[in-house]
Write a protein that binds this ligand. Structure first.
Ligand SMILES: [Fe+2]
Ligand SMILES: [Fe+2]
Length: 133
């Protein structure tokens, strides 16, 4: 399956946000590599754990900045983060209780969410941060 390719519209212009996003993309792409090597099912649990950890760090960074500038869309943006963490946590729980999760499906879900969230939600935050400086 295709890897997550970084495209120009993913650059928000806020270095701390872009660096975190590139790191997340790298994590997702190493998952794609492992799927290609046929190791997808073996690493799914670990991949989900690592992603949950890093997403939490990243979301906290964004939310701290939203608070700092009194960002008007803070609640909505925070809710999007919380919903995604809940979704991935549920996947991990299902996986731990023996459900078979198709790694390719999972990788696609991770790709789609991140791309969509960056373009539709994070770019607005980045613009507000720029204006607030
Ligand atoms: Fe965000
Ligand atoms: Fe983000």
């Amino acid at each position: 399956m295709t890897h997550f390719v970084w495209t120009n519209n993913l650059n928000t212009g806020q270095p701390f946000i872009d660096e975190d996003h590139r790191k997340l993309v790298a994590m997702i792409n190493s998952f794609h590599d492992l799927i290609e090597q046929g190791k997808g099912r073996d690493v799914t649990g670990n991949v989900l754990d690592n992603l949950i950890t890093y997403y939490n760090v990243h979301f906290t960074r964004e939310e701290t900045e939203m608070q700092r500038i009194g960002y008007p869309l803070l609640q909505e943006h925070k809710q999007e983060h919380a919903r995604f963490i809940a979704e991935v946590t549920k996947l991990k729980k299902d996986f731990d209780s023996g459900a078979s999760i198709n790694p390719t499906y999972m990788a696609r879900l991770l790709d789609d969410w991140l791309r969509n969230h960056i373009v539709k939600v994070d770019t607005k935050l980045a613009a507000a941060l720029k204006a607030a400086k």
